[in-house]
Design a protein around this ligand. Structure first.
Ligand SMILES: [Zn+2]
Length: 143
């Protein structure tokens, strides 16, 4: 499997967007600030493409000019074997192509942060409710 260097690729995309006058907006101390595109975190190239996708005009510019690669995972740079998996960016609900590994990784993370804790809480609540019922039944029977 071929893997492209996402950092170099996103750096190119950022400079094209900056040259075309696109700026990303961010909230800073209650004010909207506009800034040039740049790599956000070298260890997390996916943050940069997510920021680009938040600006629908910038994202459309890249897709319409064929600058956005469609055959790679936009999170890790792997060549896509099948393009069935997508990540929906939360601001514009832009669908980003990702590989099955990144999709599985994301789903597992969601499971660990949400479902497990919630189902744990629910079973404790259920236990507590049944305990209360036993106490109520016991007191009404014996008093
Ligand atoms: Zn991937």
């Amino acid at each position: 499997m071929q893997k492209i260097n996402l950092l170099t690729y996103y750096q190119e995309l950022c400079s094209v967007l900056n040259q075309q006058g696109f700026r990303h907006k961010m909230r800073f101390q209650g004010k909207i600030k506009e800034d040039e595109y740049d790599i956000i975190d070298e260890d997390h190239p996916e943050l940069t493409i997510m920021e680009i996708a938040e600006n629908s005009n910038a994202y459309r510019y890249l897709t319409e000019n064929g600058l956005l690669k469609k055959d790679i995972c936009l999170f890790c740079g792997n060549t896509l074997v099948n393009g069935k998996y997508t990540f929906t960016e939360p601001v514009n609900r832009t669908k980003l192509n990702i590989c099955s590994e990144c999709h599985t990784k994301g789903r597992n993370m969601q499971g660990n942060n949400g479902t497990d804790i919630r189902s744990g809480c629910l079973s404790i609540i259920a236990l507590f409710i049944s305990f209360c019922f036993i106490v109520i039944i016991a007191t009404t029977l014996f008093l």
